[in-house]
Design a protein around this ligand. Structure first.
Ligand code: ARG
Length: 454
């Protein structure tokens, strides 16, 4: 006899089951069960012989799962129940002892933490690979000028190496963020039971060692109801995916005929079903578009957790699809971003032409006035007037006459002004640390190599 007098309604089952998605936790769940069984033997709850039978049974279960031959049943509620049910079919009564001193509440929290720790580490590795690709491409294009933009309007010329390294550094922070994710997820929930703890002297230190957790969750109520590990992964991946979307967006923009700064490799582009001339940067577009999907997973889980009373509530089961979808999207995007970037061809001439816009020297000229004693605001106003004067006449700054220059920039020699308009002069004038002057970019490359090595 059990607690229930009637079987579950099919509709109840339909909403309650998580097997369709949580079956992918089987490697974590088996690892956990082996550790738990060993722990039970250690504290005398299982005999050595019972432990042997359980471990042998779990080996069979693993083989079946690995081979795709595990006999799932329609009434398996989730992966935890399915594995325990099958184990008991295989090894008999002793299988029913595995769940002693354990609840699905501390079990699932631990499975999820294990999963997060593994995938945070994988994210770190994939991010490092993308960072290396950015570094290599920066080294290849050390002194290729292009404009930097603000408001998508030409701002100041920079080297392509400098621009690519901008993406490198935000990924470097992402990589550190995922290290934090793994570190914070290092508190072991297992051994906390359903809510209040268990009546057995679970050796949780042993469990932590077996499962590679550096610390124990110190409060059983917190342990079974927290999904911080999942939230941390989702937050870090939301930020990382946003960075990848920025990289993707630039590749889309730069591949257009209007920019023409780069061209995706054929193997990273598609054609049009109708227009024969088309070559579309679909992969870059999807890098752009996957980012809100990851953010949605984060926002969704925050919503689930919002105002949830302690401790375990079935609401928490909704953590899984959010996490798995974000993991799959992020890992795919990181792989694609790297391959696509390595296959990208940059057009030196197109970028140089766009960078050869003398108006971008306006700040440098204002700075020259400052050095001649003019307060910056005043210099800014006067150079702005000079730009307007040239724009209204439809000429570039170097086409203005000596008189026209002297009239507005009396403190400066026209030759001095003209020299400052040269593209190389503009680039090499940005000598502040982190600026685009070649010596500074070389320093930055050094730092970037060290960051990757660290
Ligand atoms: N499938 C459940 C989940 O994902 C496992 C925990 C079930 N616990 C419970 N008390 N019903 O959260």
């Amino acid at each position: 006899m059990s607690r229930f007098a009637e079987p579950q309604d099919p509709l109840f089952r339909a909403i309650n089951t998580s097997l369709a998605f949580d079956r992918r936790l089987w490697p974590q769940d088996l690892r956990l069960s082996r550790a738990h069984a060993r722990m039970l033997a250690r504290i005398g709850v299982l005999t050595d012989d019972e432990l042997k039978q359980l471990l042998a049974g779990l080996d069979v279960v693993e083989r079946e799962l690995r081979a795709g031959e595990f006999p799932f049943r329609g009434d398996d509620e989730d992966i935890h129940m399915a594995i325990e049910r099958r184990l008991t079919e295989l090894v008999g009564a002793v299988g029913a002892k595995l769940h002693t001193a354990r609840s699905r509440n501390d079990q699932v929290a631990t499975d999820m933490a294990l999963f997060v720790r593994e995938h945070a580490q994988l994210a770190r590795e994939l991010i490092a690979k993308l960072m290396r690709a950015l570094l290599e491409r920066a080294e290849e294009h050390l002194d290729w000028p292009l404009p930097s933009y603000t408001h998508l309007q030409r701002a100041q010329p920079v080297y392509l190496s400098h621009h690519l390294l901008a993406h490198f550094w935000r990924l470097a922070r992402d990589r550190r963020r995922f290290a934090n994710v793994a570190e914070l997820a290092g508190e072991l929930p297992l051994g906390s039971g359903a809510a209040a703890g268990v009546t057995f002297a679970n050796d949780r230190e042993f469990l932590a060692r077996e499962l590679g957790f550096p610390r124990l969750a110190e409060n059983s109520l917190d342990a079974v109801s927290s999904r911080d590990a999942v939230l941390d992964y989702l937050a870090a991946s939301t930020i990382c995916a946003a960075h990848l979307s920025q990289l993707g967006a630039e590749i889309v923009l730069w591949s257009s005929a209007e920019f023409g700064f780069c061209e995706p490799a054929d193997r990273f582009a598609s054609g049009s079903s109708l227009m024969p001339q088309k070559k579309n940067p679909d992969a870059a577009e999807l890098l752009r578009a996957k980012s809100p999907r990851v953010a949605r997973a984060f926002a969704g889980l925050v919503g689930v957790l919002h105002a949830l009373p302690l401790t375990y509530n079935k609401d928490l089961q909704e953590d899984k699809e959010a996490l798995f979808d974000a993991v799959d999207s992020l890992e795919l995007c990181l792989r694609v971003a790297r391959e696509q970037l390595l296959a990208l061809r940059f057009d030196r001439e197109r970028m140089r032409a766009a960078a050869s816009d003398e108006f971008m020297a306006a700040t440098d000229i204002a700075d020259m006035l400052v050095r001649a004693g003019v307060p910056f605001r005043e210099a800014h106003r006067r150079v702005g007037g000079l730009v307007r004067f040239a724009v209204e006449r439809g000429v570039s700054l170097s086409q203005l006459s000596d008189e026209e220059l002297r009239e507005r920039l009396g403190e400066l020699e026209p030759a001095q002004v003209r020299a400052a308009l040269a593209l190389e002069a503009q680039l090499e004038s940005k000598i502040s640390r982190g600026g685009t002057a070649l010596a500074r970019v070389r320093e930055q490359l050094e730092k970037a190599r060290a960051e990757l090595a660290g």
